[in-house]
Design a protein around this ligand. Structure first.
Ligand code: GLT
Ligand code: MN
Ligand code: MN
Length: 388
């Protein structure tokens, strides 16, 4: 792990919209010039990324002719080849165009819903043409400012119908493509439907082809909802649904900040990286973030390099944590078995239930046990701060 140099084996990817972010916000104009797709590819190759992900309109303008599209895609493919970058994930922009101001798949207007399906099929074709294996659905405008306009039941049904339709399309085309649903609690709408990764996980089994559909949890989105991101990721992993992940950072209770990975919560970022590495997550480590608005070209590069370097530093810390004799001994002691009661636990049997009912516990002794988490947590702090 010397020098924390990113390589293709780390599967670090960035959205075109991340390093391409011009620093526009609701209060201010862009502070950085627009980068051409080919400049983005060069920049990402320079900093050592493995891949670049995109919305349809990050590459092909919404009003491009077929001839334009052909030329743009050919140039982009040449640039990818020249710089050794891949496109593992693609998605659709269903939020920028005013036609989608009241949602895309969940809109009350059937024409808007049909347009959203058409745009997504075309964008799926583009993604597959570029090699994408994961297709993300972030419902940027699927929500409300006021619930006077529609029932969330209708919205849910429409969203389900759209995903079922698109699964059917992908199957019929024979594409090897999986869908990953990305939750967010709010912004740009006042409230977004299916606001958390947990909500998405509950929704997936209601689809026609649930095996094709998983989740794309984003750090900042669960933090916006005040949740523990690593717990959400663990639930997704346990369900076999962690198809993709969006890494970035921010504190709870803020707007959608999309800060550099690890910029805000070192400890939570550590537990996340440790989780992904310990379980052997093999998908992209995708950074969905952007440089502070104070930055120019050099700052954008520092931002991208920082995301990957932070991940690798935390990966190294996770290995140190796993190899730390004292920490591991304490963890082992905490979860140590007890031969007298181990036999009482496990799958249900009537003998076990009867034995358990008859067992006498020393409840005060259980409550009086000092668990030692203060010491353990301090050891973690010292390990992370490099004084251990
Ligand atoms: C947008 C959003 C992200 C989504 C992207 C995919 S676009 O930047 O904030 O969280 O992942 O549509
Ligand atoms: Mn975000
Ligand atoms: Mn995201």
């Amino acid at each position: 792990m010397s020098n924390f140099q990113p390589g293709p084996e780390h599967k670090f990817t960035f959205g075109m919209w991340t390093v391409g972010n011009m620093g526009r916000d609701p209060f201010g104009e862009p502070v950085r010039p627009a980068l051409k797709p080919l400049e983005i590819v060069r920049l990402l190759a320079d900093v050592g990324a493995y891949g670049v992900n995109l919305h349809d309109n990050d590459l092909v303008p919404i009003d491009a002719t077929l001839a334009d599209r052909k030329r743009i895609v050919a140039d982009f493919r040449n640039a990818l080849k020249q710089h050794g970058l891949v496109v593992p994930m693609a998605t659709t922009n269903l939020f920028s165009d005013p036609a989608f101001k009241d949602g895309a798949f969940t809109s009350n207007d059937p024409k808007v819903r049909a347009l959203a399906l058409q745009k997504t099929m075309q964008s799926i074709d583009l993604g597959v043409e570029l090699g994408a294996q994961v297709y993300v659905f972030w419902g940027g405008r699927e929500g409300t400012e006021t619930d006077v306009c529609r029932s969330p039941l209708d919205a849910g049904k429409r969203f389900r119908d759209a995903l079922n339709f698109l699964c059917g399309y992908v199957r019929e085309q024979g594409y090897a493509l999986k869908f990953a649903l990305e939750a967010k609690p709010n912004e740009p709408r006042g409230d977004l439907y299916l606001p958390t990764t947990g909500a998405m996980l509950g929704f997936i089994p209601t689809l026609d082809y649930p095996d094709m559909v998983g989740v794309n949890p984003e750090v900042a989105h669960e933090h916006m909802a005040g949740l523990n991101f690593m717990h959400a990721v663990a639930q997704a992993w346990d369900a076999g649904k962690l198809f993709h992940i969006d890494l970035n950072d921010q504190n709870p209770g803020r707007y959608d900040q999309d800060f550099r990975f690890g910029a805000q919560n070192y400890k939570q970022a550590f537990f996340l990286v440790k989780f992904l590495e310990d379980v052997g997550y093999s998908g992209s480590r995708h950074f969905d973030a952007h440089a502070y608005r104070t930055e120019g070209a050099a700052g954008v590069k520092a931002f991208a390099a920082g995301c990957m370097r932070t991940y690798l530093i935390l990966k190294d810390k996770a290995a140190k944590f796993n190899a730390d004799g004292e920490i591991q001994m304490l963890l082992k002691e905490l979860a140590a078995g007890d031969s007298a009661t181990d036999a009482l636990l496990g799958s249900y049997s009537s003998t076990r239930a009867a034995a358990l009912k008859a067992h006498v516990f020393d409840r005060p002794a259980l409550g009086a046990r000092d668990l030692g988490y203060e010491h353990l947590d301090q050891l973690l702090f010292e390990l992370l701060m490099g004084v251990r």
